[in-house]
Design a protein around this ligand. Structure first.
Ligand code: NAD
Length: 264
C-alpha cells in the first residue's frame, strides 16, 4: 500500500518526543507537511533537527505553545489556522493512589489530556468539514478501558477521549472527515522508557530486564510481553490518516500488544 499524504497538512500535539515525534516522522515520510509542537522553542528546534535528519525531504515546522491552557491553544491556532490531519497526542501521566489525588490534579489532567484535544478539534474540524476531507485522531490508551488503579485520574481522561472521539465522529457523519481513537499499550516513549531506564540504573539491572519485569508485574495480560516501540504505534496513526482509511471512523483501534483481553 502506498500512502501518499503530499497534499495534506498535519498537526501533531505534544510531538517533541515519544509517540508524537514518531507519528510526526511517519506522516512526514508519507509526504505530509507536518507541524510539531512542544512547550519550549529549544525542544521544538531539537525535534525539527531530528526529523530533518531522519526524513531528508521532510516538510516540517514547529510551534512552541503550552496546549494545556485555552490561551496556549488559541496562540497555536493563530499561528497555524488550518489543517487536514489533526493528531491529538498530547498526554501526561503520573502514578498516584486514588486517595492522594487532589482536585487540582483531576482538573489539570482533564485540561491537558482532554481539553487540549477538544479545543484543537473544535477549531480544525470545522475547516475539514468545509473542505469535506479530514482526519482527527485521539491518542488514548488501553488505560481507557482497563483503568489503572495506580492512576485513576489518567484512566478517566483516556476514557473521556473515547467519548469525545466517538461523539465528534457522529457529528461529522456523512462528510469526508473521519475521527478515530488509538489505544496504545505500554510503549517505549520518553515518558515510560525514561522512567524504566532510570529505575534500571538505580537498581543496577539491565534496562531490558526492567522492561520485562514491568510488563510481567503491571501488564501481565500483554501478549507481546514487551513494550511496543513508538514506531509500531505511529504506523497505525499514519494508516488512519491516509486516504485508504476512509471507511474507518468512530472507532477505537488498539495497538496494545494484546493487553486488553476483551475481543470486542
Ligand atoms: P512523552 O512524555 O514521551 O512525550 C510527551 C510530549 O508532549 C513531549 O513532546 C512533551 O514535550 C510534550 N508536552 C508535554 N506537556 C505539554 C504541553 N502542556 N503542551 C505541549 N506539549 C507538551 O509521551 P508519550 O508516552 O509518547 O505519550 C503520548 C501519548 O500517548 C499520550 O497521550 C499518552 O497518554 C499516550 N499513551 C502512551 C503510552 C506509553 O506507554 N508511552 C501508552 C498509552 C498511551
Amino acid at each position: 500500500m502506498n500512502i501518499d499524504l503530499s497534499h495534506r497538512r498535519a498537526i501533531v500535539s505534544g510531538s517533541t518526543a515519544g509517540i508524537g515525534l514518531a507519528i510526526a516522522r511517519g506522516l512526514a515520510a508519507a509526504g505530509a507537511e507536518v507541524v510539531i509542537n512542544g512547550r519550549t522553542q529549544a525542544r521544538v528546534d531539537e525535534a525539527l533537527q531530528l526529523l530533518r535528519s531522519s526524513v531528508p525531504r521532510a516538510r516540517v515546522t514547529g510551534v512552541a505553545a503550552d496546549l494545556s491552557s485555552a490561551a496556549g491553544s488559541a496562540d497555536f491556532i493563530r499561528q497555524v489556522p488550518e489543517a487536514d490531519i489533526l493528531v491529538n497526542n498530547l498526554g501526561i501521566f503520573e502514578p498516584k493512589g486514588f486517595f492522594d489525588i487532589p482536585d487540582e490534579d483531576w482538573l489539570h489532567f482533564f485540561e491537558v489530556n482532554v481539553m487540549s484535544g477538544v479545543r484543537l478539534a473544535r477549531h480544525y474540524a470545522r475547516g475539514m468539514r468545509q473542505r469535506n476531507w479530514g482526519r482527527v485522531l485521539f491518542i488514548s490508551s488501553e488505560s481507557a478501558l482497563q483503568i489503572p488503579a495506580e492512576m485513576v485520574h489518567y484512566g478517566m481522561t483516556k476514557t473521556a477521549q473515547l467519548a469525545v472521539s466517538r461523539g465528534l465522529a457522529e457529528t461529522l457523519a456523512g462528510t469526508g472527515v473521519t475521527v478515530n481513537s488509538i489505544l496504545p499499550g505500554p510503549t517505549r516513549s520518553e515518558g515510560i522508557g525514561g522512567f524504566l531506564a532510570s529505575l534500571a540504573q538505580k537498581e543496577g539491572v539491565p534496562v531490558e530486564q526492567m522492561e520485562r519485569d514491568f510488563i510481567a508485574e503491571h501488564r501481565p495480560t500483554s501478549l507481546i510481553r514487551r513494550l511496543a516501540t513508538v514506531d509500531e504505534v505511529a504506523s497505525l496513526a499514519v494508516y488512519l490518516a491516509s486516504e485508504q482509511a476512509s471507511a474507518t471512523t468512530g472507532a477505537a483501534l488498539r495497538v496494545d500488544g494484546g493487553v486488553l483481553r476483551s475481543i470486542a
